[in-house]
Design a binder for this molecule. Structure first.
Ligand SMILES: Cc1ncc(COP(=O)(O)O)c(C=O)c1O
Length: 611
């Protein structure tokens, strides 16, 4: 395929759109990015235009914004229930499936309320006393909803739990240590309380949060604690209060055989605690861990595979144990899997800066000769190693000028020209595949910085904290072969304030940008640089950072006094019209300063708060 041929379906592959967990993003024939909700498609250009128009004069307008898409929270909840319903039917499973949403994953009103509105029987999980207060207030009229109280408990937390039970909330308290068990038997009434035993999953699992499992995990009862806790509970009349066992193996578990192992482990415990006399234990709570496909590279039916793995684990373990054992009910506490799709950060690019000068700059005759000699040698090379050797040699001779600034400038032109040629030749030689080693990556490194009006630390903090990948898509020019790639940097004064990681899909033969940067790879791989259609259109346009609905709102940091972006909810009416609802303005300077202790200070008028 020549560099000029391109199709929209190729762009969809490059950005991972219209499939898996990015099924709600699509491209129209003009190359504009679309948001798809049910049968409706809405152009991001239109959304951004409307946000600018409606709110240009309103309090808290900052040009970038967070788009709230509650319909996708509902979608995920239904999908999860359907996945378990299918798995249950397939295996003729006798237990029930239920779910709670752990509010720690996103406690915002515009996240928790859609969860409650989507399903009258969905429960909530609290990880702290503060979260319990939140849950209490939103379920006051719906006390039938299951509330699981996890987390370290102090006497005040337990007192609040006791009060909730007395007020008629359907609450189950977890026991996570012997100390907690002692407090519980002293404070709670065994006839009114239900208890879940949280157990450390003694397993090795893969992924960033693998330390949530195993003996060293911070959470739950070790096996030796479990025996002591059970004895204590029995001695104090709590035998029938224990209804559930809980384990959480960590977040974003993409290896399904880890869930299978985990399920077998939990099922063995389920069987054994019942044998020890806790016959009221009827439920296994599998915690969270359900993954999101941030790279659009996993199988599309990940949620079904998750449900299948848990059921297979239970059934195979029960089979191994033998006898007629009651199938446990299944409870999950998925958070990421429920809310990640529910928001996207829409970032306006304020300007574009270039790291290297453009081609065609005038240089001295001597340098021209140097350049042309090197370029013609490069054109003759037949191996990547040979090419890189030529580049290394050239770079070591010309890369470090010690002369005048004028000399430095000419060297920049020179190096820029030869570097461009190396990319072109890399594409020639390396097709269909190349191993992206460090030196090669440095040659592909983007030449352009798009300055986004946002803070990575506030909008997508996990990118910096745990190297979490987020898909990023420009909202226009998606119908053409991308001209180049850019680094999306924020306006904080921190070098880490940058979102440039891009997942290159495995397409066998590499697809190149017009300036010969790889857009895909032979096999899946992570690289630097967000592809853009036409560089000249980037300034003033927007990038969408998708799948930010889980955790990012909660762990945000106010680096450089850059707080929350404004929030805009998308609403689709029954008659197919769409509108936006401005749910919150950007965080006020006054509030940010108050957090830093500047209460009652006379600050100048906040330019963003023009109401
Ligand atoms: C006990 C418990 N349940 C559920 C979750 C949510 O996990 P995820 O976001 O992976 O669904 C967590 C996350 O830390 C947790 O600790």
């Amino acid at each position: 395929m020549s560099t000029d041929q391109w199709t929209i379906s190729r762009s969809k592959v490059v950005y991972g759109l219209d499939r898996n967990d990015l099924h709600f993003l699509d491209i129209d024939e003009k190359g504009d990015l679309l948001l798809r909700i049910g049968d409706h498609t809405i152009s991001f250009k239109e959304i951004a235009k409307l946000v600018e128009k409606q709110n240009g004069n309103s309090a808290g307008y900052t040009s970038s914004f967070t788009l709230r898409i509650p319909q996708l929270i509902t979608y995920q909840m239904k999908k999860l229930k359907a996945a378990f319903a299918q798995a249950i039917e397939k295996t003729d499973y006798k237990g029930e499936f239920n779910a709670v949403y752990p509010v720690k994953v996103n406690q915002r009103y515009d996240c928790v309320m859609p969860v409650l509105a989507s399903d009258p029987n969905y429960g909530l999980e609290a990880g702290t006393k503060a979260e319990l207060f939140l849950i209490k207030s939103v379920t006051e009229e719906e006390k039938h909803r299951l509330i699981i109280c996890n987390g370290a408990k102090d006497p005040e937390y337990l007192q609040s739990i006791k009060q909730c039970v007395e007020e008629g909330y359907n609450l189950t308290v977890s026991v996570e240590s012997l100390h907690e068990a002692k407090m519980i038997v002293e404070l709670l009434d065994p006839d009114k309380s239900t208890i879940v035993l949280r157990i450390k999953p003694y397993l090795m699992v893969r992924g960033h949060w693998s330390h949530s499992a195993g003996r060293d995990s911070k959470f739950g009862l070790s096996i030796h604690d479990l025996f002591d806790v059970i004895e204590l509970l029995k001695e104090n009349g709590f035998t029938n209060s224990v209804t559930t066992i809980l384990g959480h193996v960590g977040s974003q578990i993409t290896a399904m055989d880890d869930f299978l192992k985990f399920s077998k482990f939990m099922t063995r415990i389920y069987y054994e605690v019942r044998e020890m006399g806790l016959t009221s234990v009827k439920t296994i709570d599998f915690g969270g861990g359900l993954p999101i496909d941030y790279t659009s590279s996993h199988p599309p039916d990940l949620m079904n595979q998750y449900a299948d793995a848990l059921l297979e684990g239970i059934l195979s373990e029960l089979d191994e144990i033998g006898g007629d054992i009651e199938h446990p009910n299944i409870l999950t506490e998925s958070g990421r899997g429920i809310t990640a799709l529910g928001s996207a950060v829409v970032v306006k690019a304020l300007e574009v800066r270039s790291v290297f000068p453009s081609s065609g700059q005038k240089i001295s005759q001597e340098r021209q000769q140097e350049r042309d000699r090197c370029i013609s040698e490069m054109r003759e090379t037949t191996s990547v190693a040979e090419l890189l050797e030529l580049w290394n040699e050239f770079h070591s001779q010309h890369g470090h000028s010690t002369g005048s600034v004028k000399d430095l400038l000419e060297n920049e032109y020179l190096i820029g020209d030869v570097r461009r040629e190396v990319r072109r030749q890399l594409a020639r030689i390396s097709t269909p595949g190349i191993r992206p080693e460090k030196l090669v990556e440095s040659i592909w490194h983007p030449d352009y910085l798009a300055i986004g009006n946002f803070s990575v630390f506030n909008a997508a903090c996990d990118y910096v904290l745990v190297n979490q990948h987020f898909p990023i898509v420009p909202i226009q020019d998606l119908h053409v072969r991308p001209e180049t790639t850019v680094r999306l940097v924020d306006i904080t004064c921190d070098s880490d304030g940058e979102l440039s990681q891009f997942h290159r899909k495995g397409t066998g033969e590499i697809w190149w940008s017009r300036d010969y940067r790889p857009l895909t790879m032979r096999t899946d791989d992570m690289g630097q640089g967000i592809p853009v259609g036409y560089l000249k259109n980037v300034q003033g346009s927007y990038f969408v950072i998708a799948l930010t609905g889980a955790y990012q709102d909660v762990i945000e940091a106010d680096h450089n006094l850059l707080g929350d972006l404004p929030d805009v909810e998308i609403i689709v009416t029954e008659d197919g019209e769409w509108k936006i609802k401005w749910t919150a303005g950007a965080q006020k300077m006054e509030d940010l300063l108050a957090d830093a202790g500047y209460v009652g200070f006379d600050i100048d008028e906040d330019p963003y708060m023009s109401d």
